[in-house]
Design a protein around this ligand. Structure first.
Ligand code: HEM
Length: 145
């Protein structure tokens, strides 16, 4: 069960990262190109929120099922510290930023602001996900899927 969950979580990172990248490209081109905020922008934002929130639940499941919460006394070891604290915390911040980006974009009065709000929050979240959800896990010899 834990292994299946880990694979699903590992696979879902690509859905989250790809949709985040699409959302960034769309909101940047919408903002800088002064385009209208259309149905496809809205759909990408909804899919992005869905994939990242599912990823959060999968991560939370792994955190408790694989006993990482019991590792608080072993924080001196950098790999344990990464999985037991840094990874989850940084990913949580990234997901909160994506959620804020969506909420602020939805509430914005003009199409230009909708694109702008999304772009800023999504770009910061992408840096965090790229580092703590892709580069660092690969550096720690975790698989691509
Ligand atoms: C977009 C967000 C996230 C991405 C891209 C991501 C990515 C990853 C990756 C690539 C791994 C290694 C998978 C493997 O070895 O096959 C991993 C493991 C893990 N993730 Fe995440 N993650 C995200 C969110 C979260 C969150 C929010 C939490 C906790 C609340 C979390 C908790 C964990 C834990 C505990 C592990 C280690 C599991 C184990 O080896 O027992 N993740 N994550």
């Amino acid at each position: 069960m834990g292994t299946g969950l880990l694979h699903t979580h590992s696979l879902f990172r690509w859905l989250a990262a790809v949709f985040l990248l699409i959302a960034i490209i769309k909101s940047l081109s919408g903002w800088l190109g002064k385009k209208e905020y259309n149905k496809s922008d809205n759909l990408v934002a909804i899919l992005l929120i869905s994939f990242t929130h599912i990823q959060f639940l999968l991560g939370l499941g792994l955190y408790f099922m694989n006993g990482w919460f019991k590792q608080m006394s072993n924080m001196g070891e950098s790999t344990i510290r990464f999985w037991a604290m840094e990874h989850g915390l940084m990913m949580l911040i990234a997901i909160v930023l994506i959620t804020l980006g969506r909420v602020k974009s939805k509430k914005a009065a003009t199409d230009e602001l909708k694109h702008k709000k999304g772009a800023i929050f999504y770009i910061i979240a992408f840096v965090l996900i790229l580092w703590a959800g892709i580069i660092k896990p690969l550096a720690l010899s975790r698989g691509w899927f």
